[in-house]
Design a protein around this ligand. Structure first.
Ligand code: FES
Length: 76
């Protein structure tokens, strides 16, 4: 394992998934949803967990990480 990666990964929630992207966001379409969009936190920093409150932005800036929410969108 590359030592430099291990050092850079300190404080990261995401150690290796799609690190070439500024922010890893994924979307899932769910026909049964009542709301058009719900964002679920994947950084474990949200004050409204399990919902995303945007705290990933501060976390990413502070650590160099690239986590983002899981979006549930109404649709099929
Ligand atoms: Fe955690 Fe947005 S606050 S992903």
């Amino acid at each position: 394992r590359d030592r430099r990666v291990a050092v850079r990964a300190e404080g990261w929630v995401n150690p290796g998934v799609r690190k070439n992207e500024d922010k890893v966001v994924d979307s899932v379409l769910v026909p049964e949803l009542s709301k058009p969009l719900t964002a679920y936190c994947r950084c474990w920093r949200s004050g409204t967990f399990p919902l995303c409150d945007g705290s990933h932005v501060k976390h990413n800036k502070a650590t160099g990480d690239n986590v983002g929410p899981l979006l549930l969108k109404k649709g099929k």
